[in-house]
Design a protein around this ligand. Structure first.
Ligand code: XMP
Length: 519
């Protein structure tokens, strides 16, 4: 059983997901306007949509064509609900097709930046200049608008927007949610606040209060177990639940021995001591390192770490008698990814390390207090709850930890070397005010030794690689353009302070084709 959505009754914008990779951006942009927005699969029954009493509906973009045999179609009755509708890209083609207009295969398609020439001074385009840049990504295009519709504007190749004022139906061929559409935020604002008249009352402080009340009500006097990793999501979930039910919550913190330097200590001090949370600290480092001995294949290492984690977590969770709930730091993008429109590209990508497969006989219900929130909202809530900024703004850290940053076989000595080198890099980033300017930064230890010279002596030691990337979604990433002087300082500190490293390299690969992690 999952907890019910706290905000179901609030005024909102519903986004129907036809599989575009930009859908999460639409929802985020709308929440930035202070209005709650929710993404639902395109085939959600109309009753489910109307139950939410949305102020407006957005039909998202998507990879399909309205004429293909497996097109993602919906009931035209959606246009009879007397709710304003905004179609984006595929959503514009779908609106056109379902309302009797014509969609054609474009001759060349359009991908990337384009110039939009506005036709009318229509309210959807309030404060948008006559000529502006937009972001396009389509093949098909509208060739004839449905009866009752006018044209908002065009690019050099296509009709780029349509409207029907009396019905409050609007659509753009371009993507207003994408940064490259100069006035995209303004267009979404015009739709949501002016046309749908949504009340911007989505407020995180209010969310905290309601969530705490909802957790109290859901949990009653039962016990809750939570796997605390020290990462942002599990920590904020733990704090929220702790505020609601105090010692009825037991967190299990598994020290795999593959954590960053002083990480376990920092987590125990912040959450255990300072916030007085009930945390079971399990030092399982020996068990993990033993299981990894002799293994150098990346996939095998990942499997072993995952398996050991579940084993330790289950063993410890099983010792907590009469637990009623398992809490998880699942956030909204996790939910969207798992529910995404069939075949939609938003379906793929991340493997999550949420605790899997607790013993069936524990019959635990699921408690996921962050499942309606985006990462930046989770961070804001964490700060509101008093978690130190340093903990909240931490870069993501993979479940398998240093196990996949020590290339090849893992040993306690290599863990120590990597922890020291990594701590120096992170320390320098923080000192130079760069830590929050990059999305993820860490050091990788190569199993390769090379020759160097120190003083008068020849050395033959390991190579460390500095990795730092900038990204918004972790699906694509570019390497961070860190200043040369900074890189020099990091390299020199690592080589001087960490025994067994005599060479430092900087990884200048983007994702794709490289991945962020090395294994
Ligand atoms: P890649 O290496 O696939 O990483 O470009 C993308 C993002 O995912 C993180 N990552 C993981 N996170 N369990 C996790 O929780 C994992 O097994 C895992 N592998 C990669 C990685 O750190 C980056 O942020």
């Amino acid at each position: 059983m999952a907890t019910k959505n706290t905000h179901l009754q609030q005024n909102s914008i519903v986004i129907l997901d036809f599989g575009s990779q930009y859908n999460q951006l639409i929802a985020r942009r709308i929440r930035e306007l202070g209005v709650y927005s929710e993404i639902l699969p395109y085939d959600t029954p109309l009753e489910e949509i109307t139950k939410r009493k949305p102020d407006g509906i957005i039909l998202s973009g998507g990879p399909s064509s309205v004429y293909s045999p497996d097109a993602h179609l919906i009931s035209p009755d959606i246009f009879k609900l007397k709710i304003p509708v905004f179609g984006i890209c595929y959503g514009m083609q779908l609106m056109t097709y379902l309302l009797g207009g014509k969609v054609d295969k474009g001759e060349i398609g359009e991908y990337g930046k384009a110039i939009f020439y506005k036709n009318t001074g229509h309210s959807l385009l309030k404060n948008v200049p006559e000529v502006s840049q937009v972001w396009m990504s389509h093949f098909d295009e509208v060739s004839q608008v449905p009866d009752g519709f006018g044209i908002l504007g065009h690019t050099d190749t296509c009709i780029a927007g349509i409207y029907n004022d009396s019905q409050k139906f609007y659509a753009t061929q371009f993507h207003p949610e994408v940064e490259h559409t100069e006035y995209g935020r303004q267009i979404l604002k015009n739709f949501v606040l002016d046309i749908c008249k949504s009340n911007p009352n989505w407020d995180l402080q209010d969310y905290i209060t309601k969530s705490i009340a909802a957790i109290k009500e859901t949990v009653g006097d039962e016990k809750v177990i939570l796997g605390l990793s020290g990462g942002v999501d599990s920590s904020v979930a733990a704090m929220l639940i702790h505020k609601a039910i105090g010692k009825q919550l037991t967190c299990i913190f598994v020290d795999t021995g593959l954590l960053r330097q002083n990480e376990a200590k920092a987590v125990m001090e912040t959450y255990g001591k300072h916030f007085d949370m009930n945390i079971k600290y399990i030092d399982a480092s020996e068990q993990f390192l033993k299981a990894l001995k002799g293994v150098s294949d990346p996939e095998a290492k990942r499997k072993i770490i995952g398996r050991e984690f579940i084993e330790v977590f289950n063993r410890e969770a099983g010792k907590i008698k009469d637990a009623g709930f398992l809490a998880q730091g699942t956030i909204y993008p996790d939910i969207i990814e798992s529910q995404s429109a069939k075949g939609g590209p938003s379906a793929t990508i991340k493997s999550h390390h949420n605790v899997g497969g607790l013993p069936e006989n524990m019959h635990l219900k699921l408690l996921e207090p962050l499942k309606e929130l985006f990462k930046d909202e989770v961070r804001k809530i964490g700060l509101e709850l008093g978690i130190p900024r340093g903990m909240i703004m931490r870069h993501p850290f993979p479940g398998p930890g240093l196990g996949i940053r020590i290339l090849g076989e893992v040993s306690p000595e290599k863990v120590r070397i990597l922890q020291q080198a990594d701590a120096i890099f992170i320390d320098e980033l923080r000192q130079n005010d760069l830590y929050e300017k990059v999305s993820q930064a860490f050091v990788v230890l190569l199993p390769v030794k090379s020759v160097g010279v120190m003083g008068d002596e020849r050395t033959y030691e390991y190579t460390a690689v500095i990795r730092s990337v900038n990204t918004t979604d972790f699906m694509t990433a570019t390497w961070s353009r860190l200043p040369y002087d900074f890189l020099e300082k990091v390299s020199s500190r690592i080589i001087n302070e960490v025994r067994c490293i005599n060479r430092v390299a900087y990884d200048i690969s983007s994702k794709p084709p490289a991945t962020i992690e090395w294994e």
